[in-house]
Write a protein that binds this ligand. Sequence first.
Ligand SMILES: [Ca+2]
Ligand SMILES: [Ca+2]
Length: 312
Amino acid sequence: MPGPRRRGTDSAGRRGPKAPRAHATARRRLAASDARDVEPLEPRTLLSSAVPSAPFPSGDQFPVHVAAESPASGSSVAIGADGSFVVAWQAPDADQSGIYARRFDASGNALAGEFPVNSTTALVQSKPSVAVVAGGGLVVAWQSDGQDGSGYGIYARRFGPGGETAGDEFALNTMTDGGQTTPAVAAAPGGGFVAAWMDRVHDGDGPGIFARRFDAAGAALDVAEFRVNDEVIGAQADPALGVDAVGNLVVAWQIQDGAGDYHVLARRFGADGVARGVDVQVTTAPSLFVSAGCSINGNSTKGSFSRRGQSP
Ligand SMILES: [Ca+2]
Ligand SMILES: [Ca+2]
């Protein structure tokens, strides 16, 4: 039985000239909301530590990963309220790659050795994102190939303040068909967390961004993931997110328009999980970079510029 007709395609499902027009419409709409919701671009500033007594970086660079026989890549870092921090990365495990993490104090001294994060090692686990939650515990999210039965899926595992495991890994996505990839995770008030990821199937027009909220015990606050991007035309990718002290959420992502240029967009959600308006265009000029990337509150996916917006 044929599914619903995809936007930007004709009745036979072929891509037609509607897609560029849709992009132009989306851009005009975003430009209008941009003027309303976002302040002018600020000068670029070197970000420093949130802990004045222990600025970071300080001193020389130092190795995080000590198993020299295996290549490590794809690192993610998060800093806690006391200045201690955790780094997660991907490196070979029992089958292809897996996720590892290591904790450091505010001076950069390792608190313990690196430890494996994923318990299911079959195929590839990659693209970790780590957050320090209230109370000093950790949550690490990653993408795992084949584990949810259809391509990649999103998994997470929680750790206590001492780095001890707090339960086994668990799936974050409920819609498992096709690929769910490139998670970003951020701490939420009360010890919970929010995760966002790219889903290649379910927004109706190629990849889109979905998110789901979890409490301090790892229980889902949303029955299922919700779509983040209001405009579904095109490929929304590479999400980053930030959560404020009362649970308001901002998710940013990149999109490639019909001309091949990249833009960064964002959308706000209240602590009730309800969207506050539509997508806001963050970038004022198209980027020719292969990947624009974006970062909010230090939950970095790739280096980029920052721009200040109003809270919900
Ligand atoms: Ca593996
Ligand atoms: Ca999947």
